[in-house]
Design a protein around this ligand. Structure first.
Ligand SMILES: Cc1cc2nc3c(=O)[nH]c(=O)nc-3n(C[C@H](O)[C@H](O)[C@H](O)COP(=O)(O)O)c2cc1C
Length: 189
């Protein structure tokens, strides 16, 4: 099982990178899947510039193919998401919008961060991902800018947060493990 930990923010000075690294450090100790960090910023995606809806699978731009190939290689995802104006940030939404089949019938989990733990961004993401046929697990990690970041800047997660990541990854691994053979059987049929 391969699970990507996706850094949603592409902003210079973003907190997302430290959050993703912290999640990866916890996940890497588990041994139930191969966990990798995927940084949207590395793919320099423009605002979606495809002439056909991704659902049609007719990608035309080289960057779409590169992004599609990367996402297709994973069985599940942890979305590390900031909250911008009570929603996920635009770069993450755009990166999701670019693809369709590569997300289908896979499982996702969320690590949100913000003044209120990024909960509103995560709720939006659950709705968005439902439309690309992803299953989203119930447990989520909510990092408070006030309590889990020193001076609202440096990640200093509370002691309970590592257990929260563990509970989230337990469910994610369960669902990724259940969906992978089902997806493969459907492709083979
Ligand atoms: C455009 C913008 C809008 C924001 N809106 C919210 C918000 O609605 N709720 C919130 O908790 N934090 C909000 N913030 C603060 C972010 O949570 C904080 O800047 C965080 O560090 C952003 O994540 P990043 O550094 O990984 O990009 C906003 C920040 C930006 C840049």
């Amino acid at each position: 099982m391969k699970i990507a930990i996706i850094i949603g923010s592409t902003r210079p000075g973003r907190k997302g990178e430290a959050v993703a690294q912290w999640v990866h450090d916890i996940a890497a100790k588990r041994g139930d899947a191969q966990y990798e960090i995927v940084d949207i910023a590395d793919f320099t995606l423009p605002h979606i510039d495809e002439p056909f809806p991704p659902m049609m699978g007719r990608y035309s731009q080289p960057h779409s193919h590169v992004w599609a190939e990367k996402i297709a290689s994973y069985d599940g995802f942890v979305f590390v998401t900031p909250e911008y104006n009570h929603a996920p940030n635009g770069a993450l939404k755009n990166a999701i919008d670019f693809l369709y089949a590569e997300w289908n019938h896979k499982a996702a989990a969320f690590v949100g961060y913000g003044v209120s733990g990024g909960v509103r961004a995560v709720e939006h993401l659950r709705l968005i991902l439902a439309n690309v046929a992803m299953a989203t697990v119930r447990p989520q990690v909510e990092l408070s800018l006030i309590h889990d970041f020193a001076e609202m800047t440096h990640l200093t997660p509370g002691a309970h947060q590592e257990a929260a990541v563990g509970a989230m990854l337990d469910d994610l691994a369960l669902w990724v493990g259940a969906l992978k053979p089902a997806r493969e059987a459907r492709i083979a049929a």
